[in-house]
Design a protein around this ligand. Structure first.
Ligand SMILES: N[C@@H](CCC(=O)N[C@@H](CS)C(=O)NCC(=O)O)C(=O)O
Length: 207
């Protein structure tokens, strides 16, 4: 078994990116020491040669350890940091359920909600210039989440897990993409519950 430490890594990220915040929140929650290195996506810093030398895919987040290990992909970093902790379900079926939500998040949720938010909120595109399919796909994702959360507090099992962290990252800022969480009351209250469990600000009504 590897004895390489999890702590002491550099997390390259943009604070506006939910993908980058997932591993940061995980490390903060579990007390894993790290240093945040700001990379500005809108300014194109992910496409600069110095950054491409770290992650040739030109994307944040990336975690880099002093011994040379480099790990891209938000959910992979999160899973690595969380291994053996309380936010990875103990039962193998629930672990598989958590993974199932992580894969779904990257394919069916982030690709609509985060993309529409980026175009509307960061690129300031008018709604008429944004592909209407993003809104349809994003609302479908929110409906699936609403169905799952009816009568339960967390996506998997009885407590916060990596599935909640992955899914809350862009759901809590979905309004910036033009999505209305008032139409999804179970999702809306789960967002607040998850933000509280992570000890982070309420994105919709910051204190
Ligand atoms: N599947 C990847 C997605 C990473 C991603 O899309 N990163 C965006 C910011 S959220 C990025 O770095 N974009 C800059 C670029 O493509 O140049 C993950 O979960 O980490």
């Amino acid at each position: 078994m590897s004895r390489a430490p999890k702590s002491g890594f550099m997390l390259y990220g943009d604070p506006g990116s939910g993908n980058c915040l997932k591993p940061k929140w995980t490390a903060d929650l579990l007390g894993i020491a790290h240093e945040w290195i700001n990379v500005d996506v809108v300014k194109g810093e992910t496409r600069q040669p110095e950054f491409l030398a770290i992650n040739p895919a030109g994307q944040v987040p990336v975690a880099r350890w002093p011994d040379g290990r480099v790990l891209p992909q938000s959910n992979a970093i999160m899973l690595y940091l969380a291994e053996g902790s309380r936010i990875i379900p103990e039962s193998s079926f629930e672990r598989a359920e958590a993974l199932s939500w992580l894969f779904w998040e990257q394919y069916s949720h982030e690709t609509a909600i985060a993309v529409r938010r980026y175009q509307k909120h960061y690129l300031k595109k008018p709604d008429t210039d944004i592909d209407p399919a993003l809104s349809v796909k994003g609302n479908l994702a929110l409906s699936v989440m609403e169905g799952r959360l009816k009568g339960r507090d967390w996506f998997v099992g009885n407590g916060l897990s990596v599935a909640d962290i992955a899914l809350v990252a862009y759901t809590r800022v979905a309004h910036e993409g033009g999505f209305d969480l008032a139409a999804y009351p179970s999702v809306d209250s789960w967002v607040l519950r998850t933000e509280d469990a992570l000890g982070i600000q309420h994105a919709r009504n910051p204190a």
